[in-house]
Design a binder for this molecule. Structure first.
Ligand SMILES: [Zn+2]
Length: 450
């Protein structure tokens, strides 16, 4: 951990936009003072690191391997079969190697915190490892080795449908009963430190019976992040309506104290009342545009949700793309395609789409991750990105068009440096341990594809 240091920036991103000639002092991984700098002291363009609210690390290894038509009705559900086959091959070592590669790529892209929605708990035959947290520890080690800030969300996964049918053979390595799940939670909770928060995830309403949900929620410490997949698929909405007489979000809002600690992942298929209900609850929606597009899920009702004052962030979920730029751009483009209008995601303080997207995605990272991230304030995590101000797309850039040029000019990476907890992890656009991590990943892929 470096000692006290002061960063001077020519432009520093704040919730009110760029501040010119500003900076902060950090010590022990946290910001201890925010200040105005003297002009000419700094030339960097600096912004807070971005939180990735939804990740299944192992799925990075199968990105691009499910893009061949197996039948004309291919859907989320046929993709899931491929995913299950792949999931069956992982052990703690291969998970560590794949997660390390993924997290290094996330850091290079500008994500400095990741919420890991982790359900690959047991050995492939469904038996717990001798250390029941072995797979979780592989993820913790990958985060530590790469330097990304982690919110680990062990997933409760109990049933394979709303009718309560048991897990299938391929799902058995995901499963827990409530007592064993809470023991795992306590075990992981004891590992928490400044770089690691532990919350929980409910896999989905179909995977967790109502009484189990109530028991687990009753055991949660105050402020622990709670994430859930919800209303991603129309089939899931139909099943929930048939068996619980309510739509998924409607049912959840009526049966749980959904508040700021909650993150609803996807929440794609919503009625007007559900849009308002989520916004009023203070929960964050984790939208995963590239995965939702890849899986053919549908489009989140962004405009209505913004008008209701809803909180949201982005996740890379199945990791068909590791780029906050691409997630944000496709979030906006999806809305343009369906409404046949332009410039949809604008907030109340700026007419710039890029600035509005960046503002929102940073604003809600803290509630969803449980880490003090997304804004430079005294006490916050010292996590920041430096943009490559010499990149061609920034030639002649004024502060007010910089973010739009960053998000809406393609895929050339412009994140030059990344620091997490005050520690440099990416320099010149490359993770400092890139080669060594890539070697480990190649070895793991050889095993997984054998
Ligand atoms: Zn997911």
């Amino acid at each position: 951990m470096p000692g006290m240091q002061t960063l001077h920036a020519e432009r520093l991103w704040t919730p009110d936009g760029w501040r010119i000639d500003a900076g902060f002092t950090h010590d022990g991984g946290r910001i201890v003072e925010c200040e105005h700098a003297q002009p000419s002291e700094g030339s960097a363009w600096v912004l807070p690191g971005i939180a990735n609210l939804h990740s299944h690390a192992f799925q990075r290894a199968m990105a691009g391997l499910a893009e061949r038509q197996t039948n004309p009705e291919d859907s989320f559900w046929t993709w899931r079969d491929t995913m299950y086959r792949f999931a069956g091959r992982f052990d703690p070592d291969t998970l560590h190697a794949v997660a390390s590669q993924l997290y290094a790529e996330m850091l290079e892209a500008g994500y400095t915190t990741v919420c890991e929605f982790h359900y690959l708990h047991h050995a492939p035959d469904g038996k717990p490892y001798s250390d029941p947290a072995a797979m979780s520890r592989a993820l913790i080690a990958a985060a530590r080795d790469t330097g990304i800030r982690l919110t680990l969300l062990p997933v409760l996964y109990m049933r394979s449908g709303f009718d309560g049918r048991p897990l299938t053979e391929r799902q058995r390595r995901f499963g827990h009963e409530v007592d064993a799940f809470l023991r795992l939670f306590d075990l992981l909770r004891a590992e928490q430190n400044d770089m690691l928060r532990v919350g929980i995830a409910l896999h989905s309403l179909r995977a967790v019976p109502p009484d189990a949900m109530r028991n687990v929620l009753a055991a949660m410490p105050l402020g622990a992040p709670i994430h859930i997949h919800i209303a991603e698929q129309v089939g899931e909405v139909a099943d929930c309506l048939a068996l619980r007489n309510a739509r998924p979000v409607e049912w959840l809002l009526a049966n749980a104290d959904v508040n700021r600690d909650w993150t609803l992942v996807h929440a794609t298929h919503l009625e007007k009342d559900e849009v308002r209900g989520i916004a009023q609850s203070g929960a964050t929606v984790a939208i995963c545009p590239t995965t939702e597009a890849n899986l053919g899920d549908g489009l989140f009702p962004l405009r209505a949700f913004l008008e209701a004052g809803g909180a949201w962030g982005i996740g890379s979920d199945s990791h068909v793309s590791i780029s906050p730029v691409e997630e944000l751009r496709w979030l906006e483009y999806g809305q343009r395609l369906i409404t046949r209008h332009r410039n949809i995601a604008v907030g109340s303080t700026t007419t710039s789409v890029g600035e509005s997207l960046l503002h929102d995605v940073l604003a809600d990272g803290e509630a969803s991750t449980g880490h003090a991230v997304g804004c430079f304030y005294v006490g916050a995590c010292a996590d920041w990105l430096v943009l490559d101000r010499d990149a061609p797309q920034f030639v002649g850039s004024a502060p007010e068009d910089t973010v739009d040029r960053w998000l809406f000019s393609g895929n050339r990476p412009v994140v030059r440096e990344v620091h997490v907890g005050g520690v440099e992890r990416v320099r010149g656009g490359r993770h400092l341990r890139r080669e060594e991590i890539a070697k480990g990943f190649a070895g793991a892929m050889k095993t997984l594809l054998a």
